[in-house]
Design a protein around this ligand. Structure first.
Ligand code: KG4
Ligand code: ZN
Length: 347
């Protein structure tokens, strides 16, 4: 079964053709980073206008790269939330039009579930249902979540952020450091020659219930204190671009984020459980290194999304829509509704 996936939830226009939920025949991503850079963040109106311009050329390229035509497509899948309303609507209405004209099913996919699926697009890994139950760490610009996955659609929330997402912490930290947009890759790069132990920043982690509340099973991430600590440090100690001091600051700030993620993962993971990691922040080289080092040390099976499927992409959307064991996943519908605040099912 060939699924054409479309992804327009934020600032990447992407289309992909995936066969049987596992074999990625093409995955075209048009990033809008250059358009949003001058504003220091994603501007929704600019994003949606660009999706409108790009979505058809990107789909054409995805079909050409996969050496197929629309006639070879068995279903159309698209993200319907969470994300920017005016961006989501471009993907949903395009997919709806294609599905109706081809007489094929339209499958609406939850963007967070697609990120959970992305590590299963790697070669030589088990199918998602064979890996269940596992713990998923989703780290992106909008979400920082730990989820126990018992099956596709069966989720237990183990932890989430109390304020900023890890990606936002990178983006805001980079702004404070004058490193530009998007912040994650900029801090990743600036940290290369830095000493991650040069400064100690707060690790915003806690167990719900540490404050006397009832639910001790959930863990919480928090990055607002970290960001404020960086801001105060930079105000008191102005730092020049391209200096060792800047590299040390970036590396120390990055280490605080990575530590918080690892610490909470270690708290929730049960003996023998596999860890699956996806989302744009999972591109971070220090995070990938520390996760690999830790998982080998404690004997945890780690599944990191391949780098091409970490940030927003349509392959994860098409893959989830038709993974090999489950047939079509997602909502088969004629609806044109988007859900900008969509949560995971049952969470
Ligand atoms: O998953 P994604 O592409 O979009 C959302 O669903 O939000 O994630 C985007 C986030 C941004 O905050 C970006 O700064 C971050 O991923 N990111 C990184 C790196 N590359 C992208 N964060 C840390 N290190 C990176 N190398
Ligand atoms: Zn995403």
């Amino acid at each position: 079964m060939n699924v054409l996936g479309i992804e327009t939830s934020c600032d990447e226009t992407s289309a992909a053709v995936v066969s049987d939920g596992r074999v990625v025949l093409s995955n075209v991503i048009h990033t809008q980073v250059d358009l949003h850079r001058e504003f220091g963040g994603v501007v929704p109106e600019v994003a949606s206008r660009c999706h409108v311009e790009q979505v058809i050329p990107v789909i054409r390229r995805a079909l050409a790269d996969a050496r197929c035509t629309l006639r070879d497509i068995d279903a159309i899948a698209t993200t319907y939330g969470p994300g920017l309303a005016t961006s989501l609507i471009v993907g949903v209405s395009t997919a709806r039009g294609l599905a109706a004209s081809l007489g094929r099913p339209l499958i609406l996919v939850n963007h967070l579930e697609a990120h959970i699926y992305s590590p299963f697009l790697a070669e030589g890994v088990p199918a998602i249902l064979d890996a269940c139950p596992f713990v998923a760490l989703i780290v992106s610009g909008g979400h920082t979540m730990l989820i126990r996955v018992r099956g596709v659609g069966e989720y237990e929330l183990l932890g989430e952020t109390a304020d900023d997402a890890a990606g936002e912490a990178f983006d805001k930290g980079a702004k404070i450091l004058g490193l530009g947009f998007p912040g994650g890759p900029a801090i990743d790069k600036a940290s290369e020659s830095g000493n991650c132990h040069a400064l100690t920043f707060p690790r915003g982690i806690s167990r719900r219930g540490d404050d006397g509340g009832a639910d001790k099973s959930m863990v919480t991430f928090s990055y607002s204190g970290l960001k404020t600590a960086l801001l105060y440090h930079v105000r008191a100690n102005p730092v020049e671009q391209h200096t060792k001091a800047l590299a040390d600051l970036a590396a120390s700030y990055q280490e605080a984020i990575v530590d918080s993620l690892l610490e909470n993962v270690a708290r929730v993971l049960r003996r023998g459980e596999r860890l699956v990691v996806g989302g744009g922040v999972s591109l971070n080289r220090r995070l990938r290194f520390r996760l690999q080092e830790w998982s080998v040390g404690v004997g945890v099976t780690l599944m990191l999304a391949p780098s091409e499927f970490c940030a927003d992409n349509a392959a994860m959307v098409a893959g989830l829509a038709a993974h090999e064991n489950g047939g079509l996943q997602g909502m088969i519908t004629d609806s044109l509704d988007v859900e900008p605040g969509l949560r995971l099912r049952g969470v």
